[in-house]
Design a protein around this ligand. Structure first.
Ligand SMILES: NC(=O)c1ccc[n+]([C@@H]2O[C@H](COP(=O)([O-])OP(=O)(O)OC[C@H]3O[C@@H](n4cnc5c(N)ncnc54)[C@H](OP(=O)(O)O)[C@@H]3O)[C@@H](O)[C@H]2O)c1
Length: 340
């Protein structure tokens, strides 16, 4: 029996990621039978424009998932923990942006185009990786396939939009107070973000790393099916940029590698764009990436720290490949692979 088009729900439709999901559903021309928009009680009753029609936002309740085939969720971990099992029990595939289920053995953690086959194992919930992990997976998968990753050190420079609407507003307000030398009490961050950088994203773990940093280690291993012999260390830093995460990456490989070949390989890699011509000062910056879909890679060079290693700089729109774009692409794969 051929399936007709799915009924969709967007949970967290009023949030930073949720709004981007709506844009990308339109851009990617995702076809559906029906669509509904869910948020908290706070937004229930307000309206949203989508594809020329006005929809009323509904408060998410257990009944919201009746008759829905695929839910694209970005409403925080607690909301996902509350609704994902309900959604799954009603036969709806819940694609979750939060960290609630990412390391659950029964939940595939997927970057579309990198480990699509893992989708076949889903039991009603599919997780979208953390934004800093997501953007790295496309170039890293190509490099791993050819040279085999042995060890990796990542330093991130993460935009405030990764922390939601409140953090975006805080950067604006705190920049203004700095310019007129007014005092400011931060609330979205532990310290002032205006004209500052903060080496803490998420809470600290017992090993001295933050949860965000451990997400890069653990999620990378899960997505690329690395065993524990592959050592990964990350330092995650918040920077005063609205959109676009940057990452400085040092990788040691098992096989011989050189920057020229790696650059050519990455130029051929789907959804990766190489901007790398230092003689003409060409390399990617977050401003190049904001609002765009590719992961941009530059500053590709032979490592002077590892004998068989590379260093590179990678930049992407954290709201797109780091969240909404991958969520929509997963939904498209679920439809294409008939997994709903
Ligand atoms: N921002 C990023 O770059 C990024 C990247 C990857 C993953 N994520 C994850 O995506 C999720 C959303 O992030 P965001 O940045 O979009 O946050 P946000 O701007 O604060 O939006 C949160 C959304 O969740 C809804 N919500 C909150 N509590 C709810 C509840 N009890 N029931 C139903 N809906 C509820 C909100 O609805 P109301 O408007 O009604 O409050 C809003 O639509 C988080 O889990 C975050 O970790 C974000």
């Amino acid at each position: 029996m051929t399936k007709s088009l799915p009924n969709l729900a967007v949970l967290g439709a009023t949030g930073v990621v949720g709004r981007e999901i709506l844009n990308i559903l339109v851009e990617n021309n995702v076809e559906f039978n029906s669509i509904k928009f869910l948020a908290s009680k706070k937004s229930a009753g307000s309206t949203i424009e989508f594809k020329g029609k006005t929809y009323t936002i509904e408060e998410a309740t257990d009944n919201s998932f009746d008759g829905v085939n695929i839910c694209l969720a970005s409403a925080g971990g607690e909301t996902s923990k509350r609704f994902a099992p309900v959604s799954a029990s009603k036969g709806c595939v819940f694609i979750d942006n939060s960290s609630a289920f990412r390391m659950d053995d029964n939940v595939p953690l997927v970057i579309a185009g990198v480990n699509d086959e893992d989708l076949r194992k889903h039991k009603g919930i599919i997780a979208n990786p953390n934004c800093s992990t997501s953007q790295l997976m496309l170039p890293l998968k190509a490099l791993d396939d050819k040279y085999k990753v042995k060890r990796m050190i990542v330093s991130t420079y993460q935009a405030v939009s990764g922390a939601g609407l409140k953090a975006i507003n805080e950067l604006t307000e705190n920049t203004k107070t700095n310019l007129v030398a007014m005092p400011y009490t931060p609330s979205a961050f532990k310290y002032e973000i205006g004209f500052n950088v903060i080496p803490q994203i998420d809470v600290f773990c017992d090993n001295g790393y933050t949860k965000e940093e451990m997400k890069v280690t653990n999620e990378t291993r899960k997505i690329l099916h690395f065993n524990n012999d592959v050592k990964i260390s990350c330092t995650a830093v918040r920077v005063p940029v609205y959109v676009g995460h940057s990452e400085a990456v040092s990788v040691e490989f098992e096989k011989e590698v050189n920057a020229l070949d790696a650059r050519e390989l990455l130029k051929q890699t789907k959804d990766v764009e190489v901007i790398d011509d230092v003689s003409n000062f060409k390399y990617p910056t977050p401003k190049d990436a904001a609002g765009k879909n590719p992961v941009y890679v530059g500053r590709i060079r032979n490592s002077i720290a590892f004998d068989t290693g590379l260093d590179f700089f990678c930049v992407a729109d954290n709201l797109r490949i780091g969240a909404a774009l991958n969520t929509v692409r997963i939904a498209q794969k679920v439809i294409e692979m008939k997994l709903w």
